[in-house]
Design a protein around this ligand. Sequence first.
Ligand code: AMP
Length: 143
Amino acid sequence: MSVANFLKTKGNSVYSVREDASLREAILLLNTKNIGVVLVTTPDNMLTGILSERDIIRRALVQETGFRDESVSKTMTKKVKSVTRSASIDDVMTLMTNSRFRHVPIVEDGKIYGLISIGDVVKIKIAEAENEAAALREYIATG
Ligand code: AMP
């Protein structure tokens, strides 16, 4: 399956915060929406970073107090790896495995088209395996 096809069902909406938002705001969003990352954007909605719950844990370890009032840009990961809509789900899976993270934004020329999580990849793979098994059963039954 291609990322473009995945976007047709999941849609383009992504949770994000501005780079000058406080970490407190980002933590609130992560908690309210029950998600693992937020994308960080410039005022004109260009991707500038990604903030995962793991980044916040790391920050809390190096600085025990006061960090919640600092801007997200101090804690986020700045070098974001992304894919374009023409990538395949297998490309995304390989990127996640090799880079050891669970989220990949879909970006073209800085513009955000969506986000794919490891949960999405697992769901797609299970559906593909089930469809393949059903097709094989059908083939055997009618063969
Ligand atoms: P995750 O497993 O996605 O929660 O993220 C683990 C770590 O990788 C955190 O430091 C994230 O900021 C970072 N990270 C997550 N996704 C990406 C990405 N697509 N590109 C670069 N870093 C990322």
